[in-house]
Ligand binder design. Structure first.
Ligand code: UD1
Length: 432
C-alpha cells in the first residue's frame, strides 16, 4: 500500500517542490496550508506538473489543535513534513511573540497528535543553517556547535529541534524524527510552474535579483563588501530547490524503511560549495544574458560572514547528493520570474491580478497613511494653540481641520473601492 505523507505548509516555496518530488517518488501526499504567506499559484502548479488534479488540499492552521486532530483522523498519515512556519528574519525581530507563538504552537500540535497515532509516526522538521550562527570553522558539519541565533525566527528553529529530540526520546519508539538543516534554497522547478513567490519586497537574495533583472526593482543592494572573504561579500551555500526537495524524499524513505541509526537524526542539506553574493550576481547575469543593476550598501544587521555545509553525512548515510550547478539553478530562477511576468501580462492568472491589485491597494494605503498623519498633525497643532489664538483664527482652523479630515476619509474610501474593484475582477476572472 502507498504510504501517505502530510506536508504542512505544502503550498509554499519549499513545500510545493517537496510535494512534487514525493508524488513522483510514488508517495501519496496531503497538502495542508493556511495560505497566510502564499497564494494558490504553486499548489495549482504542483497539480499541473504531476497531473494530480485530485491532490488533497486541507486549508487549515496548525495552531488549531482541533483542526490538527481532525486532519489526522481523516487520513492515515505515515509521515509529516513540517514547513508551516513564519520565516522572515527581520519581521521576527519586530514581532517576536507572533513568531514564537506561531512557529512553536503549530509544531507542538503536530507532535502531540502525531505522537498519539496508533502505530506511531515519522516527523521531518525543516530546520536551517541559521542554528549554527556565525560558525568558527567552515564548512559546518552536523557536529559543529549550534550558537545562539541572531533572531527570534532563528531561535524558533533551534527550539523546535530540541522539542523534536526530546519528544522522540520520550515517545519510546512511537515517534521517529529527522531534522534537515537547509542552507540557502534557491531556484525553481524546471517546468517554471512553481517557484518562490515572496510577498512585497523580497528579503532573500535571489528573488531580489530576478525582480531587479525584470525591472520590478530598480537596483539590488549588496549588503556589505568589506567582509573578510575573497571578494568582500558574504559567502553562502546556495542549494537548488529541486535538489533540496529530493533530500526530503530520501529522508522520508529512510524513516519509512527503518534505516535510521538513531531515533532522531540530523542532516545538513547543502552543496559544500561556497558562493559569494557578487559571484552569484555575476553568474546570474552571465548565464541569463541580463543585467542586474547593483550597488554596494552597508552590511545588513544579523548577517553572518560565511557559512557553507559539509554535506558528507547526507551524501554517505542517506545516499543523497546535490546535483545541479549554480548556473542551472539561476537559469531556472530566471525562467520562473519570466513565467510570472508573462502570466501578469496576459492577465490570465490570479497571481498577476492579485499582484497588481495588491500594488494598487498598497499605494492607496500609503496615501491614506499620509492623509491621516497630516490630519493628526493639524489637530495637534490646533490643540497646542492658546484659547486666544484659537478664537482669533477659528474660521481658518475650522476649514483647515475639515479639509484634512475629508482628505483622510476620502483616502480610506479609495482603499475600500480598490478592494471592491479587485474582488470583482478576480471573481469575474474565475467565472471566465
Ligand atoms: C536567511 C536566513 C536563513 C533562511 C534563508 C532562506 C538567517 C540568519 N538567515 O539566510 O535561516 O533559511 O534566509 O529563507 O536566519 N543579500 C544582499 N542583498 C539583498 C538580499 C540579500 O546582498 O537584497 C545578501 C545577504 O546579505 C546575504 C546573502 O545575500 O549575504 C543571502 O541572503 P538571504 O538570501 O537573505 O539569505 P540568508 O540571510 O543567508
Amino acid at each position: 500500500m502507498k504510504k501517505t505523507v502530510l506536508v504542512s505548509g505544502g503550498a509554499g516555496f519549499i513545500g510545493s517542490h517537496v510535494t512534487v518530488e514525493l508524488l513522483e517518488a510514488g508517495y501519496d501526499v496531503v497538502v495542508a496550508d493556511n495560505f497566510s504567506n502564499c497564494d494558490r499559484t504553486c499548489f495549482e502548479g504542483v497539480k499541473k506538473i504531476t497531473g494530480r488534479e485530485d491532490l488533497p488540499l486541507e486549508v487549515m492552521d496548525f495552531c488549531d489543535l482541533k483542526a490538527v486532530k481532525a486532519l489526522f483522523g481523516k487520513y492515515h498519515i505515515d509521515a509529516v513534513i513540517h514547513f508551516a512556519a513564519f520565516k522572515a528574519v527581520g519581521e521576527s525581530v519586530a514581532k517576536p511573540l507572533m513568531y514564537y507563538k506561531n512557529n512553536l504552537e503549530s509544531f507542538l500540535n503536530v507532535l502531540e497528535v502525531a505522537g498519539a497515532q496508533p502505530g506511531g509516526c515519522n516527523v521531518l522538521f525543516s530546520s536551517s543553517a541559521t542554528v549554527y550562527g556565525e560558525p568558527d570553522v567552515v564548512p559546518v558539519t552536523e557536529n559543529t556547535p549550534r550558537k545562539p541565533a541572531t533572531s527570534p525566527y532563528g531561535n524558533t528553529k533551534t527550539m523546535c529541534e530540541d522539542i523534536l529530540r526530546d519528544t522522540v526520546k520520550a515517545s519510546e519508539g512511537a515517534l521517529k524524527g529527522i531534522l534537515l538543516r537547509y542552507f540557502n534554497p534557491i531556484g525553481a522547478h524546471p517546468s517554471a510552474l512553481i517557484g518562490e513567490l515572496p510577498r512585497g519586497v523580497p528579503n532573500n537574495l535571489v528573488p531580489f535579483i530576478t525582480q531587479t533583472a525584470i525591472g520590478k526593482r530598480e537596483c539590488l543592494n549588496i549588503f556589505g563588501n568589506d567582509y573578510p572573504t575573497p571578494d568582500g561579500t558574504c559567502q553562502r551555500d546556495y542549494i537548488d530547490i529541486v535538489d533540496l526537495a529530493r533530500a526530503h524524499v530520501y529522508a522520508v524513505t529512510r524513516m519509512m524503511e527503518g534505516k535510521m541509526k538513531k531515533d532522531c537524526e540530523v542532516f545538513n542539506v547543502g552543496t559544500g560549495r561556497p558562493v559569494s553574493v557578487l559571484e552569484l550576481v555575476n553568474a546570474f547575469e552571465k548565464v541569463n544574458g541580463v543585467k542586474v543593476p547593483h550597488k554596494f550598501a552597508p552590511r545588513r544587521p544579523g548577517d553572518v560572514t560565511a557559512i557553507w555545509a559539509d554535506p558528507t553525512l547526507a551524501n554517505e548515510e542517506m545516499g543523497w547528493k546535490a546535483t545541479r550547478t549554480v548556473e542551472e539553478t539561476l537559469k531556472a530562477a530566471w525562467a520562473w520570474e519570466c513565467h510570472l511576468a508573462q502570466q501578469k501580462e496576459a492577465g490570465s492568472d490570479d497571481t498577476g491580478k492579485a499582484t497588481s491589485l495588491k500594488d494598487q491597494i498598497l499605494q492607496a494605503a500609503d496615501k491614506a497613511n499620509e492623509a491621516i498623519s497630516d490630519a493628526i498633525d493639524k489637530v495637534k497643532e490646533y490643540s497646542a494653540l492658546s484659547p486666544e489664538e484659537k478664537k482669533a483664527k477659528q474660521d481658518e482652523w475650522n476649514s483647515k481641520l475639515t479639509e484634512a479630515a475629508e482628505k483622510a476619509s476620502d483616502s480610506v474610501k479609495d482603499i475600500v473601492d480598490d478592494i471592491k474593484e479587485g474582488a470583482d475582477k478576480l471573481f469575474k476572472g474565475k467565472k471566465d
